[in-house]
Design a protein around this ligand. Structure first.
Ligand SMILES: [Zn+2]
Length: 450
């Protein structure tokens, strides 16, 4: 995502206390909120802490660095982006996607994997990408569909991650400057309709190649000066092209400090109707401490979690119980074949699993659904227990409620487990005078008795 600041800008931002893409205050609005009785506490899913890896700048075969850096350089009037892009490979091979995807599946790791639909203007994945045969492209798309989509959301990062496309002609806007690049100033003060049309164009390319999608990632500074419109346009475009029930986006991160990194449920509306809607903003909690967007660093493994497992940004966030969404770039994970970022992730995941036994790896769409249900379900305490009125269903919805009895959900008895760590849908655990109860929350009205 931030892959597209100029190096000097990037260094400048890294020195800021608030983190590279700290969200400007008071931009998007939450929208409607229902009544939630404080006697029923909605917990994290399975009473665990969600973790997720956010991978930016990935696509099929094309190494975005190789093709984007000369365009960035031109847009900055040749005053920046001096990386030696010619020495980088033009391709990130499918053999590496397979290696990474299989490692992730074996370790239960989930997250988001970008597919830039028209990467760096090289070619549209649904039509032609010069340099590769149609068979190679189809195989690459098929690999993402089969291996990645079960555990990874797919996002576009707008259309090209470089030049802005004129939607009428399908060509890049002829001028090349910061106003005509997706990463910088084009999106400034655009209307919801303009941004939604632009996103829809990107989403339709992914739809044409039969990849699922419920959200978007912003390339570089896209949307920085149009934050309310960005959220609303995501909502419109994902609903329009994919009929997504709970569109989400990745734009913000806080890599240090106390600011909450919990997802933000925005523009909620129509909660009592048959057409409830909202957008969810997923917040990253780290910088890219793998290999960097341009494979220029060797990474900073210990900033995620130290070798003695006692400290690091992930420890900070997990200890406060908020979802820990780790940010990186595919280009730095591959690192021109040296796999620097991949090696860092293997060790980060090993350390996380060595320290904690209460994590739950989730896709960003799964986190979004859970948080939408957590924030937008009306909860009423009754003599018998509680009733829920949910605009969105959510698997493994987990609540704590006072009561000594054997809980029943929708009249069916739930099974007792020995501790909260054994929770799954349809079970409960004792927690002093409270019951921690886990069930698949249906859309609409439901009832819990204790
Ligand atoms: Zn990016």
């Amino acid at each position: 995502m931030q892959g597209s600041f100029s190096p000097s800008r990037r260094r400048f931002l890294q020195t800021l206390a608030a983190g590279a893409l700290a969200a400007p205050a008071a931009a998007q609005i939450p929208g409607e909120r229902p009544r939630r009785d404080p006697g029923v506490e909605v917990l994290n899913p399975l009473a665990r802490v969600p973790v997720s890896i956010i991978i930016d700048d990935s696509t099929c075969l094309v190494n975005l660095n190789h093709f984007s850096i000369p365009q960035f350089r031109r847009a900055w009037d040749y005053k920046s982006y001096e990386q030696d892009w010619r020495s980088t490979p033009r391709e990130i091979p499918d053999s590496f996607v397979r290696k990474f995807g299989e490692w992730a599946a074996e370790n239960g790791v989930k997250g988001k994997y970008s597919i830039v639909p028209y990467p760096a203007c090289v070619g549209r994945l649904d039509i032609e990408v010069p340099g590769w045969t149609r068979q190679e492209l189809d195989a690459s798309i098929g690999l993402v569909r089969d291996l990645m989509t079960p555990n990874w959301d797919i996002h576009p990062e707008m259309i090209t991650h470089t030049r802005v496309i004129d939607l009428k002609t399908g060509h890049p806007i002829p001028e090349c400057n910061l106003q005509t690049m997706e990463n910088w100033r084009w999106s400034d003060n655009r209307s919801v309709d303009e941004l939604a049309s632009y996103m829809s164009y990107a989403l339709r390319i992914l739809h044409n190649i039969d990849l699922p999608c419920e959200g978007v990632t912003t390339p570089g500074g896209f949307g920085t000066r149009a934050l309310p419109q960005l959220s609303q346009a995501t909502l419109e475009a994902c609903r329009d092209v994919y009929r997504a029930e709970i569109p989400h986006y990745f734009r913000h991160l806080f890599d240090k400090g106390e600011e909450s990194v919990a997802p933000r449920v925005e523009y909620a509306a129509g909660l009592d109707t048959d057409d409830p809607r909202c957008a969810v903003s997923i917040i990253g909690c780290t910088g890219d401490w793998t290999g960097g967007w341009d494979a220029s660093t060797e990474g900073e493994l210990d900033r995620f979690i130290t070798p003695d497992l006692s400290a690091g940004r992930l420890v900070d966030v997990i200890e406060r119980g908020e979802p820990a969404c780790i940010v990186c770039h595919w280009t730095g994970v591959y690192w021109n074949g040296r796999e620097v970022g991949f090696k860092i992730f293997q060790e980060v995941v090993r350390r996380l699993h060595a320290r904690y036994d209460h994590l739950t790896w989730m896709k960003l769409g799964e986190i979004s659904r859970y948080w939408a249900a957590k924030e937008l379900t009306a909860v009423e305490k009754t003599a018998a227990g509680a009733t829920f009125r949910a605009p969105f269903a959510a698997p493994a919805f987990t609540v704590a409620i006072e009561g000594p009895g054997e809980p029943r959900f929708q009249g069916k008895p739930l099974q007792r487990v020995g501790s909260a760590k054994q929770l799954r849908a349809g079970t409960f655990a004792e927690d002093g005078a409270r019951r921690i109860v886990c069930f698949d929350l249906p859309k609409g009205r439901s009832e819990l008795s204790v």
